[in-house]
Design a protein around this ligand. Structure first.
Ligand code: PLP
Length: 621
């Protein structure tokens, strides 16, 4: 199982158990043995909860929140920083109530707050009792209604900061102040010029869509001063980006943010909070490198770099140390969710045996079969070339009508048998040749019970890599290589890039599917962004979602189950009324009975098949 690199990316939380299964370690009881994930699935299945499902582990969420806050606390202590740290969780990264409620609960000891990027997210934030000194940071484009609610929430004791994205928003804030007579808490979003490398490069630097340049910033400061509200401008927001791969980029960007902070302070703005936005990355591949899906720093190093840079800049300017705010989303929530699905069937690209050539088969069929006669390790490439040539010729002959369907099927099977022998000989060779790459294209297709578009949208849209690994049989050598295809009817619905111990690969080592048992796959670190970005392609809806907690004795507790969408629910999303559809179907059945093409006693069977489907899960059951 070393091939999967679980030890590299598993963060000490996900590992392979002695029984060859993926196990989950309990961060609250590091000494306890890992609990088997297939064991958890079996238990859930007995309770009627089936895959595909998202499994959320509450203790992982708690441990990430603890880790980030304690790392900032120790960086503050070590550098004798004279300010505090306050985290706010950006709701957009996972808006699910089960997640937000737990983040608020686990964040209480650290006075964690929330970040809202829209009116609905502000409404969610304001439904939570936050600690007295926690913040609600409002980003994004804001109309008067948004600003009115944020301002009014001050009356309930919320520290709701309205972060101005433009001079126009400053005008609205001033108007709402005049209307309500309540002083708002104001922030300004400053656009940094430093561009940060990585997948989200575009979200930083001069051309990023959010934040103000120096000219706009000065206009806002002047407007607020003229309106007598400059004393309300407390926070500077400078978003670093997302999934920042290189910690030196963090240093540079924080340094630039501090320049604005000290200059604004010199302008007489009484800033107290420096908000550095998101960006703390997740090491999806476990490489510990500054690459798109990895990062070259730990949580501790990120916090040290931020605190040291701010301390240095403020000391140099002879200024007080501000409260440091970050809006880490991905780093808080990605680890806590995993997607689990079963493999439904496989399309194999080799065969264990081949049929005899028949006397009237085209001579190309016997040429193809003859390749096996000279197949030796020394002539592997030649045999591959010949087999591919004869098969392509036969396909051309079939298209022109010279070869019939049964001959073509025999040729296909002879070819697949040759591929089995070639694959076995290549696997036995130590030397890596071009053939290894060519054979990758002949990986099996494992058809899996999930929708890429619903459950892993970033894999489809932006080539995000997540660790993917079979959950069982890991004490046996994988004997096949596969790409994973989803249950949608879309050829884009496949995964063909995988994280392995020694790099990425276009196919995943897998086992021949067991005859009786389910073969489960796990996709890890899916807690950030995936759930609400997912769409209803082919009307595959939300999967079942289960929240569990790991118990110190090695067991688990089921905290919450959210049933996946039924077919009637997804129909309603696209404005079909399920009741109308049942009525329309019933009418057709009755007409068929009246017309004599259906017997009266077929009515019950047809109607219950339709009703059962409408009330069922959208996935393969
Ligand atoms: N804050 C703001 C303003 C953002 O736009 C984002 C996402 O891009 C975040 C926070 C969260 O970033 P991350 O998930 O990388 O921590």
């Amino acid at each position: 199982h070393a091939i999967y690199g679980v030890e590299k990316w598993g963060k000490g939380l996900i590992e392979v158990t002695g029984g060859g299964e993926i196990g989950l370690r309990n961060p609250r009881a590091p000494e306890a043995a890992a609990i088997s994930l297939p064991g958890i699935l079996k238990d859930l299945e007995e309770r009627g909860i089936r895959s595909p499902m998202v499994l959320r582990v509450a203790s992982y969420l708690e441990s990430e929140i603890k880790n980030i806050n304690e790392s900032f606390a120790s960086a503050i202590k070590r550098t004798s920083y004279r300010g505090k740290y306050r985290g706010v969780f950006p709701i957009k990264v996972n808006q699910q109530a089960q997640v937000i409620d737990r983040i608020v609960e686990f964040g209480k000891p650290y006075s964690c707050g929330l970040e809202a990027g829209s009116k609905p997210e502000l409404v969610i934030a304001l439904a939570h009792r936050l600690p007295p000194d926690a913040l609600i940071v409002c980003n994004g484009v804001k109309d008067a209604e948004f600003i009115r609610l944020a301002t009014l929430s001050r009356k309930l004791g919320f520290n709701t900061v309205i972060v101005l994205e433009s001079p126009k928003e400053a005008d609205t804030v001033i108007e709402v102040y005049k209307e309500l007579g309540i002083e708002p808490l104001i922030g300004v979003r400053v656009k940094l010029t430093n561009q940060i490398s990585g997948k989200w490069e575009e979200s930083s630097g001069d051309r990023s869509s959010f934040g103000m340049n120096t000219d706009q910033l000065i206009r806002v400061v002047d407007k607020l001063r003229d309106a007598g509200l400059i004393h309300c401008l407390k926070l500077q927001h400078s978003h670093l980006g997302s999934q920042v791969p290189d910690v030196n980029d963090v240093r540079r960007a924080v340094g630039e943010a501090c320049r604005y902070f000290t200059e604004l302070t010199r302008e007489g703005v009484p800033l107290t909070h420096l908000d550095l936005g998101g960006g703390m990355g997740v090491d999806y591949t476990g490489e510990k490198k500054a690459t798109e899906n990895s990062i070259n720093y730990s949580v501790g190093e990120y916090c040290d770099n931020v605190v040291e840079t701010v301390a240095y800049a403020m000391d140099e300017a002879g200024m007080d140390h501000p409260t440091i705010v970050t809006e880490s989303g991905r780093a808080v929530v990605a680890t806590s969710s995993m997607l689990v699905f079963n493999v439904l069937e496989s399309t194999l690209y080799d065969a264990p045996d081949a049929p005899e050539v028949e006397p009237d088969d085209h001579h190309m069929v016997s040429d193809l079969a003859a390749v096996e006669g000279y197949l030796t390790p020394a002539r592997l490439q030649e045999c591959w070339n010949d087999a591919t040539f004869y098969r392509n010729e036969l396909r051309a002959l079939f298209r022109r009508g010279y070869v019939d369907l049964r001959q073509m099927a025999r040729a296909e099977r002879i070819y697949l048998r040759l591929m089995a022998r070639i694959k076995a000989l290549v696997a036995a060779e130590d030397e890596i040749t071009d053939l290894d790459d060519q054979l990758e294209k002949l990986a099996d297709i494992y058809h899996c019970n999930f929708s890429l578009f619903q459950s892993l949208p970033d894999v489809w849209a932006i080539d995000q890599l997540h660790p993917i690994v079979p959950l069982q049989m890991l004490d046996q050598a994988p004997d096949r290589r596969a790409v994973l295809s989803d249950i949608t009817c879309d050829s884009d619905g496949k995964i063909d890039r995988f994280i392995l111990a020694d790099g990425t690969s276009p196919s995943l080592p897998v086992h021949t599917l067991p005859e009786e048992d389910e073969y489960y796959m796990g996709v890890f670190f899916v807690g950030a962004y995936q759930e609400t970005l997912g769409d209803l392609h082919n009307l595959f809806g939300d999967t079942n979602v289960v929240t569990i907690d790991l118990k110190p004795d090695g067991g688990f507790e089921l905290l919450h189950e959210q049933e996946g969408d039924t077919i009637s629910e997804v129909m309603a999303y696209v404005e079909f009324d399920p009741t109308d559809c049942v009525a329309a179907f019933r009418k057709m059945v009755d007409e068929a009975i009246a017309g004599g093409s259906l017997k009266a006693n077929d009515r019950k069977t047809l109607m219950s098949a339709y009703r059962d489907s409408i009330n069922g899960y959208t996935y393969y059951e």
